[in-house]
Design a protein around this ligand. Structure first.
Ligand code: SAM
Length: 323
């Protein structure tokens, strides 16, 4: 797999061996609680609660009187997770919102500072495995939606219709390192002049054509580890649709102002661009005295975890402690 292959797609590749459809296996849950020390916290924020896997590990360790704030942009998913976390006897407060709005949520809750901020980036297995949502090249004829938050106005199909060739070209290169960025952008613009690209199958066919091959020919010669030729284009579109890098930068900007002294932040990313943003922000924070300690290098899943949950393989966990 090339270094920049779509991490989320990678996480969801071997469905048979790992995640049961409709669920999500948390990545590095043991390392997350070791780093965050929820047993010492009074207020914990999980910015990306998803299916609640990390939340359960954190809640089990949190003191009885501590407050747990869980955020997610995905309304229906959040409802399911709320059911899952019921009955734990802990103070769990869930909000459907973007983590970039964390200061407003804390103000609503009457909270000033927190002890723990955690984010597990990207889409969940439930989102990727849902054929109605168009996240995966594995689902033929799905609508090219890709919104984690269905209140957002722009879908992947809208971007394919409205971005200029230059914007598409740049996004494919900068957000996914797609080697055939220029040709794919050219093919998209030529195809949409005839008919808008609205389904996963249409986009996949176009990508194969831009790469000068066909799905049939590729299937014949591919090895188990070869990434799907459409993976990088799907990755770039998903990042754009959900403003993922902007949201992450905003979270990293606001986090120091929300953490108590000694408070801990940890972020799991699955893609090179995100990890660079986290690493740069934590290093700058350490140099400026905002953080008193940061992880010397990213924590990676163990071989055993990757064996039992291959989707974890591209995960990188980074942490910092507020000065
Ligand atoms: C990888 S999943 C988290 C899985 C979770 N840690 C678990 O153990 O089940 C990421 C989740 O974050 C949500 N998400 C992504 N970006 C977000 C943002 N900017 N604000 C809030 N939620 C976001 C997605 O909807 C998705 O449910």
């Amino acid at each position: 797999m090339p270094r920049h292959a779509d991490p989320d797609q990678t996480r969801h590749r071997r469905r048979g061996r790992g995640t049961i459809v409709g669920t999500h296996i948390p990545v590095m849950p043991r390392q997350v609680v070791e780093v965050l020390r929820p047993q010492d916290a009074k207020v914990v924020v999980d910015c990306t609660i998803g299916y609640g896997g990390h939340a359960l590990s954190i809640l089990r360790l949190m003191p009885q009187d501590a407050v747990f704030i869980g955020l997610d942009v995905d309304g229906p998913q959040l409802q399911r997770t709320a059911e899952r976390l019921k009955g734990l006897g802990k103070d769990v407060r869930l909000h459907r919102c973007n983590f970039s709005q964390l200061p407003e949520i804390l103000a609503k809750e009457g909270l000033d500072k927190v002890d723990v901020i955690f984010a597990d980036l990207g889409a969940s297995s439930m989102q990727i495995d849902d054929p109605k949502r168009g996240f995966s090249y594995k689902h033929p004829d799905s609508p090219l939606d890709m919104r984690m938050d269905d209140r957002l106005g722009t879908t992947a199909a809208d971007l394919l219709l409205n971005l200029s060739e230059e914007e598409l070209d740049r996004a494919l290169w900068e957000l996914a390192d797609e080697p055939d960025h220029q040709r794919i952008a050219q093919f998209i613009v030529a195809q949409r002049a005839v008919k808008p690209i609205t389904t996963t199958s249409e986009l996949i066919r176009l990508i194969f054509a831009a790469k000068g091959t066909s799905q049939k020919a590729w299937l014949k010669k591919k090895t188990y580890h070869d990434p799907h030729p459409a993976a990088l284009t799907f990755q770039a579109l998903r990042i754009m649709v959900n403003n993922e890098l902007e949201n992450l930068r905003r979270l990293l900007d606001i986090a120091p102002g929300l953490l108590n002294s000694g408070g801990r932040i940890a972020i799991i990313s699955f893609q090179r661009g995100e990890d660079m943003i986290v690493r740069t922000a934590f290093r700058a924070g350490l140099e400026q005295g905002i953080y008193k300690a940061i992880c010397p290098k990213a924590i990676r899943p163990t071989i055993n975890e990757i064996r039992s949950n291959p989707r974890s393989s591209s995960g990188r966990l980074r942490w910092a402690i507020r000065a």
